[in-house]
Design a protein around this ligand. Structure first.
Ligand code: IMP
Length: 190
């Protein structure tokens, strides 16, 4: 693993190899479930881009790709639940199979909003694949059809996930040392 930022991690939860193995499994499962169909992968910017780019290369059925950007009001630890689409899809998903690709499901508010938003566009179906989920932080019932890993209630970075826009390029997923964000307003609900 590249040593970049490694010292800022308290622990490594999933290595590059473990992630690659799990993403390949998810790709196989998705390809089997949608056999004979094509899907639109809807990636959520910015966190899901690393997962999206790896996952799509493990899927063997035809895929199209589109991206949305979401903003939620309030700080990380006190999300208001009000969510807004900052960048919408480029193409219509009417009558198409939509698979939302999310980095991490925390409170679940972003995902719930996005699922409802996609459903309102008359797609053939809407499903969700998320790399990570923090079940203990969920504030609403969220249904994730395909999940990479569950993580504890800690602030995690790497594999697309950031703190203040850093660490996205870490190939592993790890827990950020609390002293890194001490005094910061951004994360987390610890
Ligand atoms: P939710 O609406 O609370 O589920 O928020 C999900 C979004 O919050 C994710 O897409 C991430 O961008 C961000 N997020 C939640 N937990 C973490 C974390 O531990 N590390 C980095 N980003 C996180």
């Amino acid at each position: 693993m590249a040593v970049l930022y490694r010292d800022d991690l308290y622990s490594i939860l999933y290595t590059e190899e473990q992630i690659a193995e799990r993403v390949a499994e998810l790709g196989r499962q998705i390809s089997a479930d949608y056999e004979g169909k094509s899907i639109v992968l809807v990636g959520v910017l910015n966190g899901a881009v690393v997962f999206l780019s790896d996952l799509m290369r493990q899927i063997t059925i035809p895929v199209a790709m589109d991206l949305v950007a979401i903003s939620s009001y309030g700080s990380y630890s006190s999300t208001s639940g009000v969510v807004r689409i900052m960048k919408d899809l480029d193409e219509s998903v009417e009558s198409r199979h939509v698979l939302i690709v999310e980095d991490i499901v925390d409170t679940g508010l972003t995902l719930n909003y996005l699922v409802e938003s996609m459903r309102s566009r008359n797609p053939a179906s809407v499903k969700v694949v998320a790399m990570l989920s923090k079940p203990s932080r969920h504030r609403v019932t969220v249904h994730v059809d395909y999940l990479g890993f569950t993580v504890p209630d800690e602030f995690v970075v790497g594999y697309g996930l950031d703190f203040a826009q850093r660490y996205r390029n870490l190939p592993c997923i790890g827990v950020l040392k609390p002293e890194i964000y001490a005094g910061s307003d951004t994360p987390p609900g610890l």
